[in-house]
Ligand binder design. Structure first.
Ligand code: C2E
Ligand code: MG
Ligand code: MG
Length: 705
């Protein structure tokens, strides 16, 4: 029910006309005001302006006398009431917002200010009522788009950042916190530079500077940072300039991606590509890069450096006989020993196989290298336990020196390698410095290796036969098969030159098989020609002795030729036996078991003592030519030869003197009751035809006697 206001002269049923209470000036002001105006007295409208009516959709007759809170959105009613009460108490109040339900049931946002006034002599409230629905909608839309934008930013893996021109973070998403390991609070206002690692800082600063100067964005800036907890991360950033509306640079923005995993994988791959998997040492590629650096630095500082090529002797034999695992273990042990004896600045790498390479920088004196090479030789030879057994390996070392032996990494490495080959040739377990002379020898060696590959199939080999004569009877009792090689390019190459190459490359196995077959067949051919039966001696190499097919090859040669096993005598050297005595003795016993004879060749030159010989199942000892050479004048050689003859007699071994060239030697040996002799004095190694002639004539002359 609408009560008539005290000041109103009209009855309540009649439309009130508040304008009567307003001065023309006030009416003018109200008419032009941007706000709707109302007056409430005792909670009821006593005046509403036209704009107010327009906003609300209610006419003044519908509003005057009604509850001023009636159309307010229920949830906001309390707020408005409080504001109104406060207004009456405090005389004025701050603007506030609320929702209003219009006549057409539209909800409008209202911004209202209320002030206490006197109206018709009584206290009343004057309200300025502004429709802010449009602005509110815009705000809402903005808010929504902002939260959408934020949720997109938070949803991406990449970190988004904005920094001011000094580099202080002004805006960023949570991913940046994750990448830097900082809380939002810690990051706010922090500078990007404080995360940057020293190595990348300068580059990063320069990049930002470039973006500032050119205005062009940078796409992938590699950047290493240290997180709050001290761990390092690799990141990739894009950076672009942020501008004010005026176009003036305001700061930078960009995206950051954490590429640590990818970078670690790359580094791992790089490590794999540059290091040897077994020993973890730099590989050939890496070593040659490091050497390249060192050469340039040595050049600048006018210093010398040395490259040592270290190769294990007879590694192949260990690998073949004990298996790859043992071989790998041996390589690891040697790698460790080499590393231990070097200074931190020196580099040791693995070239592959059993080859190691060492770089010694800042060399003042070549004696330094000599000392080190000797140290390596003695460190390598220390026992290594493989498969529960102790083994000893020796090394051969080749040395090249910058700038003397080469100016670039390739030639220094190659020349050290050449020098190493000559260390092998010089009997292994030693070191050699490179020299020009070695170079031409190495070239010949390479040519030999290349041509040797086809020598067998091209039938370039032949065998020369050298007689062995019995001192007592004067009869030819045996013959030694000595391999000859005639190559169309290289001519005739001596066995001492090509046999080591054939041994190193393993080619000696098929070649040796051919020698055995051919020699046996030849011996049977002589017998068929009616010549006296002789024993055929064939030389064996270590590779053949270690070859699992050896026994089969011997049996095949005997079977194919039809030669009696006891006519075959295989010659091995004492160093072959000493290599791995147990295994070799086992093989030798198997050979003896099929009836084939065994001889120790070049006896006296190896390391075996006379006492050790009795453990070997051999029939013959061949005294090395070097002892015979100076007989009978050289007292020492005389003594050794005599000792060998006496011991051999005790052991019931046949003693053969090798390399008998003179009558004096012959008669001395005859006096000492040596069993047989072989040497130029009686016959040089000759062709099979010539040997057949020799044998025939010699036997005939016997018969005549
Ligand atoms: P070796 O088994 O000790 O053979 C004896 C060497 O001494 C032969 O050299 C022979 O020609 C030489 N010789 C014999 N009598 C005299 C002499 O009175 N004075 C001098 N100055 N030398 C004499 P060759 O034929 O050059 O063979 C050298 C080495 O090559 C052989 O030494 C042997 O170890 C190896 N060899 C030869 N043929 C074969 C083969 O078929 N297989 C293997 N694995 N090695 C072989
Ligand atoms: Mg021999
Ligand atoms: Mg010999």
């Amino acid at each position: 029910m609408i009560k008539k206001p005290k000041s109103a002269s009209e009855p309540a049923t009649k439309k009130p006309s508040p304008r009567k209470d307003l001065s023309p000036l006030a009416e003018d002001i109200i008419a032009n005001a941007r706000d709707g105006i109302y007056i409430v007295q005792n909670g009821k409208f006593v005046y509403v302006s036209e704009l107010y009516q327009k906003i609300t959709g209610y006419s003044d007759t519908e509003l005057i006398g009604t509850d001023s809170l009636k159309n307010i959105y229920p949830e906001d009613k309390e707020k408005v009431r409080t504001q109104a009460i406060q207004c009456l108490k405090r005389q004025s109040a701050d603007p506030y917002e609320y929702r209003y339900i219009t006549k057409s049931h539209e909800i409008k946002w209202i911004l209202e200010t209320v002030s206490p006034i006197m109206y018709g002599g009584e206290r009343a409230t004057l309200g300025c009522f502004m429709d802010i629905t449009g602005r509110k909608k815009m705000e809402e839309a903005l808010h929504q788009s902002e939260s959408k934008y934020r949720s997109i930013l938070e949803g991406i893996q990449e970190a988004y950042f904005e920094v001011d021109l000094e580099g202080g973070f002004t805006f960023f998403n949570d991913s940046l916190c994750r990448i830097t390991g900082c809380s939002r609070k810690e990051l706010t206002g922090a500078n990007y530079r404080q995360f940057s690692d020293a190595e990348s800082l300068e580059k990063v600063i320069q990049t930002f500077k470039k973006v500032y100067e050119t205005g062009n964005p940078v796409e992938s800036l590699d950047w290493q940072i240290t997180r709050q907890d001290g761990t390092k991360r690799y990141i990739e950033a894009s950076v672009s300039l942020q501008k004010e509306v005026s176009g003036k640079p305001a700061g930078f923005k960009g995206l950051i991606r954490d590429i640590t995993e990818r970078r670690l994988i790359e580094q791992e791959l790089n490590h794999v590509a540059t290091h040897d998997a077994l020993t973890g040492l730099p590989n050939r590629l890496m070593f040659s890069q490091l050497l390249g650096h060192s050469i340039r630095s040595a050049q600048r500082r006018k210093k010398q450096l040395a490259v040592l090529f270290v190769d294990l002797d007879r590694f192949k034999t260990i690998n073949d006989s004990l298996g790859h695992e043992a071989g790998d273990e041996l390589l690891k042990v040697i790698a460790r020993r080499l590393k231990q004896m070097l200074r931190a600045v020196d580099i040791v790498g693995r070239m592959g196989g059993d080859e190691f390479i060492i770089l010694i920088e800042d060399l003042d004196d070549l004696n330094q290298v000599t000392t080190l090479a000797n140290k390596i030789l003695s460190a390598a030879i220390k026992p290594v336990v493989l498969m529960g057994e102790e083994y000893r390996v020796t090394t051969s070392i080749g040395v090249s020196v910058y700038p003397m032996d080469g100016h670039d990494e390739q030639s220094l490495m190659k020349n050290a390698d050449i020098a190493m080959y000559f260390a092998k040739e010089a009997g292994k377990n030693n070191f050699q410095f490179y020299s020009e002379n070695l170079h031409s020898m190495a070239n010949l060696r390479l040519k030999i290796e290349k041509n040797l590959r086809h020598a067998l199939e091209r039938q370039e080999f032949s065998i020369a036969y050298q007689a062995k004569v019995d001192f007592k009877t004067g009869a030819i009792t045996g013959v030694e098969a000595l391999l000859r090689w005639n190559n169309p390019h290289l001519g005739s190459i001596a066995p001492v030159q090509f046999i080591p190459v054939a041994e190193e490359t393993g080619m000696i196995v098929p070649i040796g098989r051919w020698v055995m077959k051919t020699a046996c067949a030849q011996n049977v051919a002589w017998q068929r020609q009616g010549l006296p039966t002789v024993c055929m001696a064939v030389n064996l190499s270590l590779c053949q002795l270690m070859d699992s097919h050896l026994l089969g090859d011997i049996k095949a040669a005997l079977k194919e030729s039809g030669m009696a096993p006891n006519l075959l005598e295989l010659e091995i050297t004492e160093s072959m036996v000493m290599h791995d005595p147990e295994r070799v003795i086992d093989v030798l016993n198997k050979i003896r078991a099929i009836g084939v004879r065994l001889a120790i060749d070049d006896f006296g030159t190896g390391y075996s003592s006379l006492a050790q010989i009795k453990h070997f199942p051999v029939n013959t000892l061949k005294v090395d030519r070097s002892f015979i050479r100076n007989l009978p004048d050289d007292i020492e050689n005389k003594a050794i030869t005599l000792a060998i003859i006496v011991m051999a007699r005790d052991l019931k071994l046949t003693v053969v003197a090798e390399g008998v060239e003179t009558e004096a030697q012959e008669s001395f040996l005859r006096e000492q009751v040596c069993d047989e002799m072989q040497g130029f004095y009686f016959s040089k190694p000759i062709t099979p035809e010539n040997f057949a002639d020799l044998l025939r004539k010699h036997t005939d002359s016997f018969k005549k006697k």
